[in-house]
Write a protein that binds this ligand. Sequence first.
Ligand code: FAD
Ligand code: NAP
Ligand code: SF4
Length: 672
Amino acid sequence: MNYPHLFAPLDLGHVTLPNRILMGSMHTGLEDKASDYNKLAAYFAERARGGVGLMVTGGISPSIEGWLKPFGGRLTLPWHKPRHRKLTRAVHAEGGRICMQILHAGRYGYHPLSVAPSKIKSPITPFTPRALSARGVERTINDFVHCARRARDAGYDGVEVMGSEGYLINQFIAARTNRRSDAWGGDAARRMRFPVEIVRRTREAVGPDFIIIYRLSMLDLVEDGQDWSEIVALAKTIEAAGASIINTGIGWHEARIPTIVTSVPRAGFAWVTQKLKGEVAIPLVATNRINMPEVAERILADGEADMVSMARPLLADPAWANKAKAGRSERINTCIACNQACLDHVFQNKRASCLVNPRACHETELKIEPASTRKRIAVIGAGPAGMACASNLGERGHAVTLIDKAREIGGQFNYARQIPGKEEFHETLRYFRHRLSDAGVDVRLGQTADAALLHAGGYDEVVIATGITPRTVSFPGSDDPRVLSYLDVLARHQSVGAKVAIIGAGGIGFDVAEYLVEAAPSPTTDVTRWTREWGVDMTLEKRSGLQPPRPETPTRQVWLLQRSEGRPGARLNKTTGWVHRATLKAKRVTMLGKVGYERFDDQGLHVTVDGKPQILPVDNVVVCAGQEPNRGLAEELIAAGLTVHVIGGADVAAELDAKRAIDQGTRLAGTI
Ligand code: FAD
Ligand code: NAP
Ligand code: SF4
């Protein structure tokens, strides 16, 4: 059997799960409106079909006060139940199982009605919560219990009580946010009464044959969080109160240590769950950055946990479990932990999706069905846009030729994958290599497409996905061989001196800076190095798991420059930008805005910073000044009267990213 530990059944007493895979809770944005529940049902049904053992919904509030945001999803009234029944019926029809997560946001609520154990505003929300009275605490416990009972009525197999990530329950447990002196605050035993009462009374209300998962914060990663002995005591008491499973929570949302982004090592926190093994008898679930079966199997085989939770990896590939079970893990569309279409969307109040799988959360709308007429189609450029388009066209039954002048598929992903902390981008290329082959696409590498070739090919339609050309800069000395483009560094691997200025502080400028200061292999490949760099105490002797960070010495001195005013990196992605900024700060990179480029000579780069002249004594300059569309071929073909579609960077280079490229390629493929 493939991955025998991963596919070993798990007996919970009243029910046996078919495997050890838990689809962790992910807010998709579809939970918030009753009219979106058909879409949500299709989303869960597809994942149940994909073989996952147990799923957990996004957070559903037990009260209006507990909303994450105004009018967020809740299950508080009898007429909320039918919409939830759509989900449970759809999942059960596919033979799956689903729990509903009960999430009370507490002071993380993005609305003026928020409540908390004490009146202390969080650093990540603008609203100061109201402190709950003792009666208010009792009422909130009852809200959890009623919500769980309604979830049971709506057909759920269980609930997950969200006790981590800095939400209300976590706020009660930690002295950081609980300054009460009544029966719900004071010492650790009284602070933990709140979750224990929730679990105990919920068990009483729902009976023995209903799953209660408790998501327990095992590493707070914020000042004044819990210490390990308190966490162990809480876990034991929660077990005694009637929980069926304990899931792992790592880090509050306000923590300044990354917990799920792509530069976090794979399974980078499984060691925390392992420390709790033996302290409780109920199954423990390991979480965070588990994305491939080999990783999941190792965690279980080494006895670090009894189950593994994956959320984003099942957005990326709903058939993850079935593919692993069938020994086809090379066909898994791997989550690269970029957050670009999932968490970033949720923070922008947009529906979640997935960069590598644009169908995620759009299952009812974005359908790839067999084509009515088989056409001969050439796709030029095997970057993300071209790969997505060609594979979908092939799967629809078209005869597809994918041409790229490079010797390997992937386009700019071949540069992205070299960036320290972006090792996961390799997986996307592996996935597409198999998918293109399975779809019968004729992939021709090392061939530059031109108008003559495409005319001679007699194609019905041509898709131009030729990407971009890097923007060049012009100032005295910019033609010096020591002034390089990012392609000279990442594609041609030209040598770079010890002191470097980077022109342009967009996504590529930041990535190139990390490439230049980080020793290879990057700390992402080594949990011990990574935790040392970020200040995570692996001995768990320090409260909250925090210790002073000890960044490794940078391998170069780097200046990262932009012309516009303000903080470089302010426009990087919402949930990951702060990690890039913190990484470069730790590596002592000088980040400057309001820079004018005057000239380059043997003294270095002459600039003005806020109007004042300065010489940066650098050996090299690397230009990362944005990109222009590479669409000359498209224009030639259009002029010649061919049926041409232009996608990805060749279409629009401004604000291009792989999310748009793959989405555009996929959507176009559905229409030809
Ligand atoms: P490209 O990837 O540029 O592919 C175009 C392809 O066309 C190339 O393979 C080229 O060889 C081929 N081609 C061009 N002309 C011809 C021709 N005449 N004949 C044959 N072939 C031709 N995006 C993200 O979303 N997240 C990230 O974290 C991220 N990190 C990045 C890091 C780096 C260092 C870089 C450089 C880019 C990063 N990007 C990231 C950007 C992302 O890679 C691009 O947005 C994406 O690759 C654009 O896809 P595309 O298919 O339009 O073009
Ligand atoms: P970008 O994000 O547009 O940044 C370009 C940078 O160059 C800016 O700092 C810009 O700032 C500067 N610039 C623009 N024109 C210039 C000129 N003529 N002279 C000097 N400086 C100039 O582009 P990019 O960094 O090349 O990235 C390309 C795309 O890839 C982006 O859209 C990005 O989203 C995507 N990408 C994403 C990630 C990710 O992690 N999500 C990572 C890498 C790349 P000033 O104008 O202020 O100088
Ligand atoms: Fe994973 Fe990125 Fe997809 Fe989110 S958008 S599920 S992080 S690959």
